[in-house]
Design a protein around this ligand. Structure first.
Ligand code: NZQ
Ligand code: ZN
Length: 388
C-alpha cells in the first residue's frame, strides 16, 4: 500500500536547447559574490566557461573560482572549498559540470559555515546542517546522477577508504538547474555510457523493493523502457538530440525522489559500487554495471514476482511456457544483452579490483534492509566473486 508522505521539490528546472539563456534571470535573484565551481577543465575546452563568465560579468557579479573538482570528489577538496567559500564570504555557488561538481557544491554549501568537521558531522554521524547554508545553482554537463534536482552529495575519503553519500533535505537542493542536452554532446563515450547505466541503476534500486501495488512501479517501468530505447539510439548516434534529451529528462526523474515516495527502496548496488569506488576511484556508473547482474541474480528468488514483472513489462519477454523463475531469469538475460550492446564494464577486474580488496570492500559496504534480501558481509564477498 502506498505509504503516507509529504513531497516538495524546490528546484526550478530550465530544460532544452539554449536554456542557458535563463541564467541571467536566475542570477538577478542571488547575491553579488558568486563562487564558480567546475571540474578538470572540460568546460574551458567546450567554450562553456567563457559564456558563463560573460553572463556573470554582465550581471555585475564578483566571481571567485573553485576549479579542479575531481570525479568522486574528495574530503580534502571539500575542506579546501569550504574554507574558500567562507573566507570569500560568498553569497551563491554556481556549479558547472556533472554530478561530482554538483554534489561537491552542495557539500561546500553546508560546510562553509559548519561549526564542526563536516566529514564527521554529515558523513560519519549523518547529522543535518545546523549552520547557514549557501544556496547552489547548477548547470549540468553530464547526465546520470540526478544531482541537479536532489539533495545528494557523495564524498570520498581515500584515507579511510570510505565513499559516502549524504542525502540532504530540500533546503540544500539546487535552487535552479539548467539542463541543455546539447551541453552533454561533448562527453567522452565512456562517461556517456556510465551515465546511462547510473540512470538504470537508480530506477532499479527503487523498483526492486516491496510487494505492493504501487503507481511508482508503473512509472519506473516507463522510464526504463524509454531509457533502453533511447540509449540504443544514442550509442550509435551520440548527437541524436531526441535520444539525448529523453535520456537527460529520464535521469532527472530517476532520482528527483518522486518515484520513491510512499514506497520502500533498496540501494544495495550503490552501496557496493561506492565501496568499490573508495578502493579504485572508478567511474561511478561502471562500478554499478560491474556488480548489478551478480547482485540481481543473487537476490532474484527472494523477489521472484517483481523480477518476472520486470521481464515482461520492461524487456517484453513472452511468459508463455515459462515458469516464474525462468521468466525472471530471462529478463535479467535481456538486461545483460542490452548492457553488452552498450559496451558497459561487466566485471570489477576491469575496474582494478583485486581479490585482496574483497574483504575491505565488503567491510565498507553499508548493509541496508530495503531490498528483497538483506546481505551479510559474506554475501557481498560472494557477489564480488561472481563479478570478477
Ligand atoms: O572534470 P571535467 O573536466 O569537467 O570532466 C568531467 C569528468 O572527468 C567529464 N565531463 C562532464 N561533462 C562533460 C565532461 N567532459 C566533456 N564534456 C562534458 N559535457 O566527465 C567526467 C565525469 O564527471 P562526473 O561529474 O564525475 O560524473 P557524474 O555525473 O557521473 O558524477 C559522479 C559523482 O556523482 C555521485 C557519484 O558517486 C560520483 O561521486 N553520485 C551522486 C548522486 C546524487 N547526487 O544523488 C547519486 C549517484 O548515485 C552518484 O552516487
Ligand atoms: Zn548512481
Amino acid at each position: 500500500m502506498l505509504g503516507n508522505f509529504t513531497y516538495c521539490n524546490p528546484t526550478r528546472l530550465h530544460f532544452g536547447k539554449d536554456s542557458l539563456d535563463q541564467l541571467k534571470t536566475e542570477l538577478a535573484n542571488v547575491g553579488e559574490r558568486v563562487m564558480l565551481v567546475y571540474g578538470g577543465g572540460s568546460i574551458k575546452k567546450t567554450g562553456l566557461y567563457d559564456k558563463i563568465i560573460a553572463i556573470l560579468k554582465e550581471c555585475g557579479k564578483k566571481v571567485f573560482e573553485d576549479a579542479g573538482v575531481m570525479p568522486n570528489p574528495t574530503v580534502e577538496k571539500l575542506y579546501e572549498g569550504a574554507a574558500a567559500a567562507r573566507e570569500n564570504n560568498v553569497d551563491f555557488i554556481l556549479a558547472v559540470g556533472g554530478g561530482s561538481v554538483c554534489d561537491y557544491s552542495k557539500a561546500v554549501s553546508v560546510s562553509a559555515h559548519c561549526e564542526s568537521d563536516p566529514w564527521e558531522k554529515y558523513y560519519l554521524k549523518m547529522e543535518e546542517p545546523t549552520c547557514r547554508i549557501i544556496p547552489v545553482g547548477c548547470i549540468l554537463t553530464m547526465v546520470g546522477t540526478g544531482s541537479e534536482m536532489n539533495g545528494g552529495a557523495v564524498i570520498t575519503n581515500h584515507k579511510t577508504k570510505l565513499k559516502i553519500g549524504h542525502v540532504f533535505g530540500t533546503e540544500v537542493y539546487p535552487k535552479f538547474a539548467v539542463l541543455d542536452p546539447v551541453l552533454t554532446f561533448t562527453l567522452p563515450e565512456y562517461q556517456m555510457k556510465a551515465g546511462f547505466f547510473d540512470i538504470m541503476s537508480h530506477i532499479m534500486e527503487q523498483y526492486f523493493s516491496g510487494t505492493d501495488d504501487n503507481t511508482s512501479d508503473y512509472v519506473m517501468e516507463g522510464l526504463m523502457r524509454s531509457l533502453i530505447h533511447s540509449s540504443r539510439i544514442a550509442v550509435k548516434e551520440p548527437r541524436d538530440y531526441e535520444a539525448r534529451s529523453n535520456i537527460m529528462w529520464t535521469a532527472t526523474w530517476a532520482l528527483n525522489t518522486m518515484v520513491a515516495m510512499g514506497k520502500s527502496t533498496d540501494w544495495e548496488v550503490h552501496m557496493i559500487g561506492q565501496s568499490i569506488g573508495a578502493y579504485t576511484d572508478a567511474t561511478h556508473g561502471m562500478t554499478l554495471s560491474a556488480v548489478s547482474l551478480a547482485y540481481y541474480r543473487y537476490i532474484m528468488n527472494d523477489g521472484l514476482d517483481k523480477f518476472a514483472r520486470f521481464a515482461e513489462n520492461v524487456w517484453n519477454v513472452d511468459p508463455a511456457g515459462k515458469t516464474k523463475a525462468e521468466l525472471a531469469g530471462a529478463g535479467l538475460d535481456e538486461m545483460e544483452k542490452w548492457m553488452r550492446e552498450l559496451g558497459l564494464v561487466m566485471n570489477i577486474t576491469e575496474l582494478g579490483v583485486k581479490e585482496e580488496m574483497f574483504d575491505g570492500i565488503a567491510e565498507g559496504t553499508f548493509l541496508l534492509d530495503g531490498g528483497y534480501r538483506k546481505l551479510t558481509k559474506a554475501a557481498v564477498i560472494e557477489i564480488l566473486r561472481q563479478s570478477r
